[in-house]
Design a protein around this ligand. Structure first.
Ligand SMILES: [Zn+2]
Ligand SMILES: [Zn+2]
Ligand SMILES: [Zn+2]
Length: 492
């Protein structure tokens, strides 16, 4: 029975960053790493790749990878990717290693900086005392990308660079050392547009601060600007990162890092996308989540879609500088459900949400539980579970209960989230798959095998599409299904 619960931790963690492309979160020193600087619209009419440039695509890799998709000019959006053939849900369309990536503040300490596995015990780099690895072989594998950074981290001590500064440092080192990078096969870093001209003075000022910090951080290895790769403008680089970085999350929706995957920068946003991005370690996988016709544009969601239309538009415009005109935003068809119930009631929950997020990030589970449960109980009969703010509270309550090992309660609150999840994460969505998996695990843990089997089967149906059958989480799930079946056979 224990083998399954080696990853019971799956129940402990979740957020919806999964597969989302989003800004880098605020860093510990409260200098906003990338957010607030907003980005520019990243998809602009193509500039031809510069022949023979450092960034020219790699023909051989392109031939292999481009079979199912191709770059095109998406009307009104600039660059885009579209299908070359009919695609089926679950079909793997693209996979890539990052051009550069780093474990983020949220993942630091619990994530190996080489393989991006989560572990409770990691070995620390004896020199910078910041980077952590599974073991000596992971450290050795990462040394070439950490070597120069390690010196900078040491000299920067006791300060710790923000996620964006650290990532920018890695990009600079990569460019200084440049040969070729398969992750640029469809879209090179050089082609990324910064749209700096369209930014407000305030945003430009923010980029300026980041550039200053980067110079300070890199001082040990890159003494002055003349040593930077020719033609590299640091502010321009930060502007590109702002709207093109991906949040790297583990299979369970937990943020662990940030990275740049240039070819995937071509993907445009839709609030009801036809593709999803999932990571295994630091490797990105793009999968179709519905039937896609040849020549149809491929889309992913850059943000959590569990937000009313107007708010989504604002978020997208602030960070990615475009107005979302997808069907969901135009029709606002889910807003009524999302904001159902007494307005005053949900507004007060909405206002309480940031405080709850903070407590959650500090693992103050007792407090989270008591506050959230009070809110949930007080709104019984006033707000339906489909109200997105109440739904968040149900989620927090479930998380807190799991962390406090209150399985019955966790299952009760978790079960209430399922119908709303099905409504908002229709079809194949990783958030639904993982939620089902967590509930199935709870049921299994409570020896409710019959229910567990049913829930886990549903989870599997979703995750074989969103994660793929080879993803470690899907194989774990499959194993759990087998053990659940065996338990049932044994008891009947
Ligand atoms: Zn490792
Ligand atoms: Zn180090
Ligand atoms: Zn939209």
């Amino acid at each position: 029975m224990y083998s399954i619960f080696r990853s019971l931790a799956v129940l402990d963690r979740r957020n919806r960053s999964y597969g989302l492309k989003k800004k880098i979160p605020r860093s510990r020193d409260n200098v906003c790493s990338l957010c607030g600087l907003s980005g520019s619209r990243k998809f602009i009419p193509a500039r031809a790749p510069v022949p023979g440039s450092l960034f020219s695509p790699i023909g051989a890799a392109r031939a292999v990878m481009a079979r199912r998709l191709e770059r095109f000019c998406s009307p009104g959006k600039g660059h885009g990717l579209r299908a070359l053939a009919p695609l089926r849900p679950g079909e793997l369309l693209y996979t890539a290693e990052p051009f550069a990536c780093t474990v983020s503040t949220r993942g630091r300490g619990s994530t190996c900086e080489s393989c991006f596995s989560r572990k409770e015990k990691l070995l620390r780099c004896s020199q910078c005392k910041i980077a952590r690895y599974c073991d000596a072989s992971c450290q050795k594998a990462a040394w070439s990308e950490h070597k120069r950074e390690c010196k900078c981290l040491r000299s920067f001590h006791p300060r710790i660079p923000t996620d964006s500064v650290r990532l920018a440092g890695r990009i600079v080192f990569k460019l200084l050392n440049y040969s070729s990078c398969p992750s640029e096969e469809l879209f090179s870093l050089l082609e990324h547009e910064s749209h700096i001209k369209e930014m407000s003075e305030e945003k430009k000022e923010g980029l300026g601060h980041l550039a200053t910090m980067l110079q300070l951080y890199l001082k040990e290895e890159v003494g002055d600007l003349s040593q930077l790769p020719p033609g590299l403008d640091i502010i321009h680089l930060f502007a590109i990162m702002t709207c093109n970085c991906f949040t790297i999350s583990d299979g369970e929706l937990q943020e662990i890092g940030v990275g740049l995957y240039p070819s995937m920068s071509l993907l445009n946003h839709d609030c009801d996308p036809n593709c999803v991005i999932v990571f295994q370690g630091r490797r990105l996988f793009l999968r179709a989540i519905r039937e896609i016709r040849p020549a149809e544009e491929l889309t992913v969601s850059y943000i959590d879609v569990l937000v009313p239309a107007q708010e989504r538009r604002t978020q997208l415009q602030n960070q990615y500088c475009f107005v979302c005109e997808c069907q969901q935003c135009d029709t606002r068809n889910k807003d009524e459900d999302m904001l159902a119930g007494n307005e005053k009631a949900w507004k007060s929950i909405k206002d309480a949400t940031p405080g709850m997020e903070k407590l959650q990030s500090q693992h103050q589970w007792e407090q989270v539980l008591s506050l959230c449960q009070t809110l949930v109980d007080n709104n019984q009969g006033i707000l339906p579970d489909t109200n997105i703010y109440l739904l968040k509270m149900l989620d927090y309550t479930m998380d807190a209960c799991i962390n406090l090992r209150k399985w019955d309660k966790a299952l009760f609150f978790g079960t209430r989230t399922l119908q709303p999840y099905r409504m908002y994460y229709q079809g194949f969505h990783p958030a639904l798959g993982v939620q089902l998996m967590r509930l199935g695990k709870l049921q299994y843990y409570m020896e409710r095998f019959c229910e567990a089997l049913d829930t886990l089967k549903q989870a599997y149906e979703v995750m074989k599409v969103t994660h793929g059958v080879d993803h470690p989480l899907t194989t774990d799930l499959q194993q759990m299904l087998g053990e659940c079946q065996a338990e049932m056979d044994r008891t009947t």
